[in-house]
Design a protein around this ligand. Structure first.
Ligand code: UD1
Ligand code: UDP
Length: 379
């Protein structure tokens, strides 16, 4: 049997950790591979929440988060420090996910060493380099470097082919976020106390219709965030709703939301939730209001209508499936769309159907087999 392949799995933010923990587990369980985990810790607390629930102790922790870090300083530090880890570990392959600063630096550092870099969640495109910014360019650059491209859907695979990525390098695998969501749902079913921390809020808001909110996109900083805050104020003016809003730790989000919403009785601004509690919030909420990428993927799987506060989306599958709707960041549009869902039963029912356009929960297993084929290790 060929020697086990050393795969350096690189990530740094909350969503990357959620989408890569199923792969780390699948690689660990397979004798053909030796996964080595390197976290940049571009996020700290929000990353650690996922590492803890997933039971991952990183082999390398670069601890690179700085308060309100700039893209320049973060990316420069990532490239230098990830390169050092690659020189020390000499992996056979590097694995990156998505489109963050950590992902592009990981792919680039691998390329500088001529180590094949494989891309999980490849081929997402909005067609606008400033929406989302800087992720659209990050993932295009990763796409031009990557060896294997693991596209979550046919739509993302087609985008890669249109950019002349060779057909044989593109594989439709589904998105590992569905593996993660199924895993955490099962953990909560076995041990409900993993997600019992919202009980007090549930009691406080008993009888109210719960709206779950998250927001953090850089392109929404400034005016966009203020509009979103004003929309939530207007929504909360209704006595029949309550808003549960785990606020991202980015200071550009927190400052606006604390000032605008800190005094409202039926708005709970809370700390970021760990993954089991967030999954529980998804199940409690009647509607999700978000600019998150991952939440756009999870909500359809649970049949939760999701209003997406962005101008464009690189995840059109949720919109096509009818569970997601783009509402932008104009206050009046957000409020009108949300009130329509609250007041028009037919409009709500037409969105509230469970679909799995993003995967079937088997993505990590598929990716591991594709990797094994690539390196010539048969089961
Ligand atoms: C990053 C990703 C974005 C992803 C998002 C997920 C880039 C360029 N952006 O954006 O693609 O959608 O993560 O959430 O890679 N902070 C903390 N503690 C934490 C996490 C963040 O205090 O655990 C604060 C810090 O002040 C940090 C700031 O948030 O400087 C911004 O973090 P950063 O990773 O640069 O950007 P995000 O906006 O989180
Ligand atoms: N999430 C979480 N706790 C929270 C908010 C979100 O665990 O308080 C999870 C959510 O389920 C999804 C992921 O974080 O899987 C999305 O991360 P984020 O919105 O920060 O980034 P994006 O997906 O937009 O890159």
């Amino acid at each position: 049997m060929a020697r086990p392949q050393k795969i350096l799995v690189v990530f740094g933010t909350r969503p990357e950790a959620i989408k890569l923990f199923p792969l780390v587990a699948a690689l660990r369980a397979d004798p053909r591979f030796v996964p080595v985990v390197c976290v940049s810790a571009q996020h700290r607390q929000m990353l650690d929440q996922v590492l803890e629930i997933a039971g991952i102790v990183p082999d390398h922790d670069l601890d690179l988060m700085r308060p309100d870090q700039t893209l320049d300083s973060l990316t420069a530090a990532l490239l230098t420090e990830l390169g050092k880890v690659m020189d020390a570990e000499k992996p056979d392959r590097v694995m990156v996910q998505g489109d963050t600063a950590t992902a592009i630096a990981g792919a680039l550092a691998a390329y500088y060493r001529k180590i094949p870099a494989d891309h999980v969640e490849a081929g997402l495109r909005s067609g606008n380099i400033y929406h989302p910014w800087p992720e659209e360019v990050n993932r295009k650059i990763i796409g031009s470097i990557a060896s294997l491209h693991f596209a979550p859907t046919e739509v993302s695979a087609a985008a890669l082919r249109a950019e002349n990525v060779p057909e044989a390098r593109v594989h439709v695998t589904g998105n590992t976020v569905i593996d993660a969501l199924q895993w955490v749902t099962e953990r909560i079913r076995e041990a409900p106390q993993l997600a019992s921390g919202l009980a007090e809020l549930e009691q406080r808001f008993a009888g109210k219709r719960i709206i779950g909110v998250t927001t953090h996109r850089r392109e929404n900083f400034g005016g966009g965030m203020e509009n979103i805050a004003e929309a939530i104020r207007q929504i909360a003016a209704r006595g029949d709703v309550a808003v549960i809003f785990p606020v991202h730790l980015n200071p550009n989000v927190r400052a606006v939301m604390n000032t605008a919403l800190g005094d409202l009785a039926n708005v709970a601004l809370i700390e970021p939730l760990d993954y089991p509690h967030f999954a529980h919030l998804l199940s409690l909420a009647e509607i999700m209001l978000t600019d998150s990428g991952g939440v756009q993927e999870e909500a359809p799987a649970l049949g939760k209508p999701v209003l997406v506060m962005r101008e464009t989306t690189e995840r059109p599958e949720g919109v096509a499936a009818g569970t997601a709707r783009l509402v932008g960041t104009e206050t009046s549009v957000i409020v009108t769309e949300l009130f329509t869902l609250l007041d028009d039963k037919a409009a709500y029912e037409s969105m509230a159907r469970a679909h799995n356009p993003f995967g079937d929960g088997q993505s990590a297993r598929r990716i591991v087999e594709l990797l094994a084929n690539e390196v010539g290790c048969q089961a």
